[in-house]
Design a protein around this ligand. Structure first.
Ligand SMILES: NC(=O)c1ccc[n+]([C@@H]2O[C@H](COP(=O)([O-])OP(=O)(O)OC[C@H]3O[C@@H](n4cnc5c(N)ncnc54)[C@H](OP(=O)(O)O)[C@@H]3O)[C@@H](O)[C@H]2O)c1
Length: 352
């Protein structure tokens, strides 16, 4: 496949700027990177937040986008794990133009990409990378700032079903991070796996491994009562993949002494009620966060097998019209909380 000298990308020029389609120079991969022709890109809540609130790292202009699936079209000279023609998924980053995924070609360090098994389409595959690394870091990342609960991952033999009989609570089971958290928790052996979702998604989350679902629209006290009725004993592990103030405070109230609450935005637990015996970890679900690099690379190495075996199922997909041009509207839908139980996917090559 010939590589063009330029391609289209969705670029913002400054914090709060409107994303616009621009023509950018196609990148040469660094020695440890591969260049990927991006066939599908997932729209995450982080995209509108980065657009509106600014960057964690990096400079403007910026190519948005944190999820990609596509085909390797060039490799850096140090890369041995991937070859031209491999179908891969990866999570983007915001440090340079080439790492954003809302474009037709992008680069990624080879160690942060996973091959896609033949059974999966690019569209389905693009639902996986950021959400599964976030779920994976939350469960298996180190117990430190930005990490997770430090459990043994189930993709290692010693971790499979290791936590059998221990309860876990996942707030937001029908969200992307929630879905992969439930599936990984099931592989880890947790039981019961209690989650919250809207009633139309109850069957969906049960099909992924949740044993009990509580209506997320109940008042917080009712959610707490319902979960306590399902799990009368101590709850040591809670993952709040919604991470609003209401869900974090309910989650913290449910947590037992010695337990860990993982949140995926900053902590919003009322400081007046926090106690040293109940830990809160605000997790960063990316291998670009230095403390999580090892667990993410371990996950990416085993991800192809986890998908191929059916242990990890992709999210439900809605394809956006007009390639990259469909993304700005999609970001607004995500911002308005109108996307339920699925991931919106753009096909950058269909940009007109
Ligand atoms: N720290 C990190 O590194 C990191 C990484 C990725 C994502 N995040 C953050 O994690 C959050 C989730 O991301 P995502 O990709 O999973 O989002 P998503 O897939 O867009 O989540 C949509 C789902 O959220 C559910 N939801 C909304 N409010 C809820 C509530 N009060 N209780 C239970 N469920 C609720 C909805 O469930 P129903 O339709 O069933 O009502 C919907 O299905 C976002 O805030 C995102 O910014 C952080």
């Amino acid at each position: 496949m010939s590589i063009p000298t330029t391609h289209k990308a969705l670029v913002i020029q400054q914090k709060g700027g409107d994303p616009a389609i621009e023509t950018v120079k196609t990148y040469t991969p660094k020695p440890d990177e591969v260049l990927v022709r991006i066939e599908a890109a997932g729209v995450n809540p982080a995209d509108w937040k980065v657009r509106d609130f600014g960057l964690v790292v990096g400079n403007y202009p910026l190519v948005l986008g944190l999820d990609a699936a596509g085909e390797v079209v060039a490799t850096g000279e140090e890369v041995t794990s991937l070859a031209i023609g491999d179908r891969v998924i990866y999570s983007g980053w915001l440090q340079s133009l080439s790492l954003g995924t809302f474009q037709q070609y992008g680069t990624v360090p080879a160690e942060f990409a996973s091959k896609i098994p033949p059974s999966l389409s690019f569209d389905e595959a693009a639902t996986i990378p950021l959400a599964i690394s976030t779920a994976g870091v939350g469960l298996y990342g180190p117990v430190e700032r930005g990490g997770g609960t430090g459990l043994t991952p189930p993709w290692l033999n010693e971790g499979r079903k290791k936590y059998s009989g221990q309860p876990v609570v996942v707030f937001g089971g029908s969200g992307s991070v929630g879905k992969y958290t439930i599936q990984l928790a099931e592989l880890s052996g947790f039981s019961p796996i209690v989650t919250t979702a809207s009633p139309q998604n109850f069957e969906l989350v049960k099909s992924l491994g949740a044993t009990h679902v509580v209506d997320r629209h109940l008042p917080p006290r009712e959610i707490e009562k319902a979960i306590n009725a399902i799990i009368p004993g101590p709850i040591k592990f809670i993952y709040d993949t919604v991470s609003l103030s209401a869900t974090q405070n309910t989650a913290y109230d449910l947590l037992s002494s010695g337990g860990i609450l993982v949140v995926y935005l900053s902590s919003k637990v009322d400081e007046k009620k926090t106690t040293p015996d109940k830990k809160i970890i605000a997790s960063h679900g990316t291998g670009y966060a230095v403390q999580n690099k090892d667990v993410c690379i371990s996950l990416y190495t085993h991800l192809t097998d986890l998908i191929d075996s059916g242990d990890i199922k992709p999210n439900v997909v809605e394809i956006l019209p007009k390639g990259l041009s469909g993304i700005p509207d999609a970001m607004e839908r995500v911002k308005r909380d109108e996307v339920s139980g699925k991931r919106l996917i753009a096909r950058p090559q269909e940009t007109s």
